[in-house]
Design a protein around this ligand. Structure first.
Ligand code: PHE
Length: 502
């Protein structure tokens, strides 16, 4: 049997985990969430969520991966054959996300090139929808494939699968060791100049001035927990796969804390970057910030190009921003790829290279759908349903299964045996009560919201065909894979003692 791959160093592992955590969510989701949810006051629920749910859940995933040494399906299967499906559910969720994440990264790569000559012209909104995407008016009308987006999508797949293909240490670790310092450098250089722009400091005041009445609202707390789970890439079994390559004596809890702190610190830095630009733009255009503050695709591909047009050094700011966005996206995509590739390798008993080629070919073919004129709307629906249900369902079942049906105190002792920071009863309390309660609350409120009203005003056919259907695909895939005979059957049975017997 082949020896299992390992990370080359502690820094390499933390960089990879941070690379997964830091993604588009930090840059285009977090800043607006702070602004919209009480400004500086939002940081209270945010840091509370980080401490009471984010760190404990991260420790749990690191611990599970390291103790049971495997991809998600293998870990759950080795605890109990009946639970293998949960791992496959998470693998399918990651797979679906990668197919469209690649296309968003492709947009960022395209815009990076456009930034050299402000190719978005004087009307970035028009350019984005009409010229760049050739967007159709319905997710049911796809139009034709956009060649530039297709090429960049192929590049995104190539770059990320190349990292996974070449192995944990020489591919994933090495890439992240270049990408993460580069990302921080780009953002710091951007801020260094950006903060000197007139109006930039006003932007920061708008972002951080606290409105303490906001923290009385349940929605604000749910948003804070949602952002923490999404941003830390927990509940996707990503961290679990990454931790499975840790050498025996490695630390768990301190590494988990470092990953979380670096990610959340980066979010704050991104907030400063985005709002310094928005402050400047508001001043230049003489409009209130509320008119221009947005998040997501609109922020990155419409508002930012508009602001960059007004800036003193547009090429400098434009290329920095879109390169940062691309790098943040690529490193998250690598982690999604690894989840799927590791699971395929172990299940089918094939080489890493073979698994990478199979996965990449299928994934790329599906991505093509998102490069058509209907891509943006399709992506919007799939993203909403997979994040609001696919990820949450996987995460909530994972945490309830481990915290309630397994010998979680054994896991705690195992984690403590190699960790610098010892975890106590508070950790168990969090993973048994706080984290699952918040996840369940979010899941139920999302469900009520989406059943009572069609998401985003799309037709029932569209939400059924591209939204709810993603969940059926996950169920079918999980059922299919876990019923099939496989290499995991060879796993020795000692891990089965982890399951509580009633
Ligand atoms: N953590 C990423 C972000 O903040 C999102 C993500 C989650 C990406 C899971 C990949 C996998 O953007």
């Amino acid at each position: 049997m082949q020896k299992r791959e390992m990370w080359g160093s502690r820094t390499g592992f933390v960089m990879a985990a941070v690379g997964s955590a830091i993604g588009l969510g930090n840059i285009w989701r977090f800043p607006y969430m702070v602004y919209d949810n009480g400004g500086g006051a939002f940081l209270i629920p945010y840091f509370a969520a980080m401490l009471i749910a984010g760190i404990p859940f991260m420790i749990l995933e690191f611990g599970l991966g390291k103790k049971f040494i495997g991809s998600a399906p293998k870990v759950f299967s080795s605890i109990s054959r009946k639970w293998e499906w949960l791992g496959w559910w998470q693998v399918m969720v990651s797979f679906i996300i990668t197919t469209y994440y690649a296309v968003v990264v492709a947009w960022a790569l395209n815009y990076f090139v456009l930034a050299f000559f402000q190719g978005w012209g004087t009307a970035p909104k028009d350019f984005f929808f009409t010229k760049f995407l050739a967007a159709t008016d319905s997710p049911l009308h796809w139009g034709s494939v956009r060649p530039e987006i297709l090429i960049a999508t192929a590049a995104a797949w190539f770059l990320t699968i190349f990292a996974v293909f070449t192995g944990v240490k020489s591919g994933i670790e090495r890439t992240n060791k270049i990408f993460m310092p580069l990302l921080f450098l780009l953002v710091f250089v951007f801020i260094g100049r950006g903060l000197m722009l007139p109006g930039a400091v006003d932007g920061l005041n708008w972002l951080f001035t606290p409105d303490f009445s906001a923290i009385k609202e349940g929605k604000v707390w749910a948003d804070a927990f949602g952002q923490i789970f999404y941003s830390l890439s927990i509940g996707f079994a990503i961290m679990l796969s990454y931790a499975s390559y840790l050498p025996e004596e490695s630390d768990i809890s301190n590494n988990a804390c470092m990953t979380v702190f670096i990610n959340c610190g980066f979010s704050i830095i991104s907030g400063i970057m985005i709002f310094s630009v928005l402050g400047y733009m508001a001043q230049q255009q003489g409009v209130p910030i509320s008119k221009i503050a947005t998040s997501g695709v609109g922020l990155a591909f419409i508002t930012l190009p508009t602001a960059i047009n007004l800036m003193p050094a547009p090429i400098f700011f434009g290329t920095l921003f879109f390169l940062a966005l691309s790098v943040a996206g690529l490193s998250s995509m690598i982690s999604l790829n690894e989840v799927v590739v590791a699971a395929l390798m172990e299940k089918m008993n094939i080489s890493r290279k073979k698994a990478a080629v199979i996965f990449c070919s299928v994934g790329f073919l599906i991505s093509i759908v998102f490069t058509t004129g209907g891509g943006l709307l399709l992506l919007d629906i799939v993203d909403h349903f997979i994040n609001n249900f696919g990820v949450l369902i996987g995460g909530v079942i994972e945490i309830i299964f481990v915290a309630w049906f397994c010998r979680v105190d054994d896991l705690r002792a195992y984690i403590n045996s190699s960790s610098e920071i010892k975890i106590g009863g508070l950790w168990s309390l969090s993973i048994r009560f706080v984290a699952p309660a918040m996840l369940c609350f979010m899941l139920v409120s999302n469900f009520v919201g989406d059943v009572s009203k069609n998401y985003g005003g799309y037709s029932g056919t569209a939400t059924l065909a591209f939204g709810w259907s993603t969940l059926f695909v996950c169920i079918a895939f999980a059922a299919f894979c876990s019923r099939h005979n496989h290499a995991f059957a060879l796993i020795e049975n000692t891990n089965r003692n982890f399951l509580k017997r009633s």
